[in-house]
Design a protein around this ligand. Structure first.
Ligand SMILES: Cc1ncc(COP(=O)(O)O)c(C=O)c1O
Length: 376
């Protein structure tokens, strides 16, 4: 047997990491401006994270949700405090797709409706429900094609108003900031209108914060820049700093009967220990402030570079478009300067470094990009 050959991969094997630096099997070091696809929040192998997981492993790695787990209560309390959603309930799972699947299920159970309204260009994951609300025919199988989903453009007030004035939809789902599609966000008026219309029609407003959450944008959740409260929020990626853990935060007004839903692995003791260490470290090291500060610095300095065509994003969730071919620039960044970056489509460079990335590393990145753009 061998792993399914389904990913486009760099022929580089990364074998160790510390904070923002990762090393390959040949001993070459890279500065990680991609965070393993937006997953690394508090830094690779942060000692708090390593100690928390190691200590928990010595005690109990896992027991199912058939028994009480006080670590889940501690995690929920910390997450409530960090996010401001203190009265919400937390359902734990293992991936962003699952967190979204669970959000859709809660919305459908609580409204009795089945249709979902989503945003064009969105990415919500690859399980049946999550991929159905992801606007990309290329990754949708026929299985699940019966799901009823309508899509509107981001910031299309007219269609938002028209469609969300009905009581047809169980939920309206929107990313805090669209990540995979290249960093696009709803404006404050759009969010405000969505909140109002959802309240009036009993539609559940879901914010997918799997990529944009956990402090990445300089606030705990990206939708909080727009001063709205949503009914359900989904989290993943940075929640576990590499340990697979995700969650669905559910308004106390949405009630689920016992036995309606469940999971085997979700909220296991190791996952909770990892997620608790992440929240404690973000807080103790003021990492959200660092994300805001370094992000602002990067945006203002990138804006001065010749050859940068467009810049979007907040904090450490940024996209850069160039006059030149972004693919070639990305290749030079990794080969010649040791910077790992992401992309959104071949034309957009996406950067998602750990939240504690240093100003020194930001300066090195700016210098590398300047030199590439001057010589391309
Ligand atoms: C906004 C958003 N939602 C959901 C997902 C799916 O998360 P996962 O790959 O953990 O299932 C992603 C993954 O990139 C994402 O960016």
């Amino acid at each position: 047997m061998k792993p399914l050959d389904i990913y486009h991969q760099y022929p580089i094997e990364l074998i160790s990491g510390k904070y923002s630096v990762v090393s390959d099997s040949e001993g070459k070091e890279y500065i990680d401006f991609y965070g393993g696809h937006g997953v690394i929040s508090i830094g690779h192998s942060h000692p708090n994270f390593v100690n928390a997981i190691t200590d928990q492993l010595d005690k109990l790695a896992f027991y199912s949700n058939a028994f009480k787990n006080s670590l889940q209560f501690k995690l929920a309390e910390l997450l409530g405090k960090a996010s401001g959603y203190e009265t919400y309930d937390l359902f734990l799972s293992n991936s962003g797709a699952e967190a979204n699947e669970n959000a859709l299920k809660v919305a459908s159970f609580c409204t009795g409706r089945s249709k979902i309204l989503a945003i064009k260009g969105a990415f919500h994951g690859r399980s049946a429900g999550a991929v159905a609300i992801t606007d990309n025919k290329g990754i949708q199988p026929n299985f699940g094609s019966e799901m009823q989903v309508d899509f509107i453009e981001m910031n299309d007030h007219e269609n938002l108003d028209k469609l969300l004035s009905t009581k047809d939809y169980a939920a309206f789902i929107i990313e805090g900031i669209q990540g995979v599609n290249g960093i696009w966000e709803g404006n404050a008026d759009f969010w405000f209108a969505a909140r109002l219309l959802c309240t009036n029609t009993g539609t559940v407003l879901i914010a997918d914060e799997v990529q944009s959450g956990y402090g990445r944008t300089g606030k705990f959740f990206a939708h909080q820049f727009n001063k709205v409260i949503t009914d359900v929020i989904t989290v993943g990626k940075g929640m576990g700093n590499g340990f697979p853990v995700a969650g669905t935060l559910i308004s106390p007004y949405l009630k689920l009967e016992k036995g309606k839903h469940g999971t085997t692995f979700g909220g296991g003791q190791l996952a909770c220990a990892a997620a608790i260490s992440v929240l404690e470290t973000i807080n103790a090291e003021n990492q959200i402030d660092n994300a805001a500060e370094i992000g602002e610095h990067l945006l203002s300095e990138l804006d001065k570079l010749n050859g940068v065509k467009a810049l979007r994003g907040r904090g450490l969730m940024l996209s850069i478009e160039f006059d030149a071919d972004a693919k070639a620039i990305r290749q030079k960044l990794i080969n010649d300067y040791g910077f790992i970056t992401g992309f959104s489509n071949p034309d957009i460079l996406r950067i998602l470094p750990p939240l504690n990335v240093s100003k020194t590393d930001a300066e090195k990145f700016l210098k590398a990009l300047k030199s590439i753009l001057e010589n391309i």
